[in-house]
Design a protein around this ligand. Structure first.
Ligand SMILES: O=C(O)CCC(=O)C(=O)O
Ligand SMILES: [Fe+2]
Length: 316
């Protein structure tokens, strides 16, 4: 008996490795996430203003503040991301975990949907990001990060460590604003092919000649909806050609006990039918786990998050 998805939806996911689902995140959760981010940015903006980097906030809304700060060169991406970065972690590397983010990660409807696809023993995988994408015309020419600009073709398996290659895992891409082909929605090539070689290009992306981009399907989805995909399904995101921001979160879940593919970052049990006591329910504990991870990693040598190097034959 499925909890959230129809038998047809589950069969489509098994076949294509991808599924678009409307109304995953309830409206009040969506509002809570926006409110939490508004408060976070208000605080950051006031600090930049105090330093003289940005004009007074006046009646600027969230997106106007983001754009003004981006133009001024104030770094807002990492302080708003919901994980530590793939680059060297310092004792003060910022990130954001709050109650609304935690409730999004552990939302019942969302976990019902995940349970329909990977079963009832569910771990929240630490590979997770916010993406706040300004209009492409406003981007600096030096911008490369996939959290801010278009995302190159890749498979999510490939951006985890090899020990996670057999882990049963799914990516849930949650739209916070409507995602459209114009504003940079996700696109996929349906299917679950083998893992392709990836190369460090603008971002880590599938080596030339392995995929047929003419088979790409853009996947528009309304705010609160989700695109769910298999870790081998090739995907990318289009440019944001509109005047507004495109906002999403991508989060991942795996079967509890299997390697997350990023063992140096913290995971937690989001649902368990066999051991309900193991479920984490307090966002403060989760925030603390990331802070402890940061303190542990900061004095250590950088741990690369990808296995790919540019000297492999596929990247020649
Ligand atoms: O939203 C994007 O730009 C890319 C998202 C992605 O690669 C993912 O969700 O795994
Ligand atoms: Fe991805």
């Amino acid at each position: 008996m499925s909890l959230f998805l129809s038998a047809d939806q589950i069969a489509a996911f098994e076949r294509d490795g991808v599924l678009v689902v409307d109304n995953v995140l309830p409206m009040e959760r969506l509002k809570a996430v926006k409110a939490e981010y508004t408060d976070l940015l208000d605080t950051m903006y006031d600090a930049w203003h105090a330093e003289g980097c940005v004009p007074p906030p006046g009646d600027m809304d969230f997106f106007e503040k983001l754009l003004t700060a981006y133009d001024a060169g104030c770094e807002w991406f990492q302080p708003m991301d919901i994980s530590l970065p793939g680059s060297k972690i310092e004792a003060d590397t910022p990130f954001h975990i709050g109650p609304a983010v935690f409730e999004m990660l552990t939302c019942d409807r969302l976990l019902d949907m995940v349970e329909d696809l990977i079963g009832p023993e569910i771990t929240s995988n630490p590979i997770q990001h916010v993406r706040l994408k300004p209009p492409a015309r406003t981007l600096r020419s030096t911008e490369t990060t996939a959290h801010i600009m278009a995302t190159d073709w890749h498979q999510d398996r490939a951006v985890a460590h090899e020990e996670g290659d057999r882990t049963k895992m799914i990516t849930v891409w949650l739209a916070i604003t409507d995602a459209t082909p114009d504003n940079g929605c996700l696109q996929v090539i349906p299917g679950k092919p083998q893992m392709y070689p990836h190369c460090p290009k603008r971002q880590t992306s599938i080596a030339d000649g392995f995929i047929d981009e003419t088979k790409a399907e853009p996947l528009p989805v309304k705010a609160g909806g989700a695109v769910i995909f298999h870790p081998l399904t090739p995907h990318a995101a289009l440019d944001n050609l509109t005047d507004g921001f495109r906002w999403s979160f991508d989060i991942r879940y795996n079967v509890t006990g299997q390697p997350t593919g990023r063992a140096h970052f913290p995971d937690f049990v989001a649902r368990s039918r066999s051991a309900p006591d193991t479920v984490l329910r307090d966002w403060r504990v989760y925030d603390r786990m990331w802070k402890d991870t940061r303190a542990t990693l900061a004095p250590k040598r950088h741990i690369p998050i990808h296995r790919w190097t540019s000297d492999s034959p596929a990247c020649a």
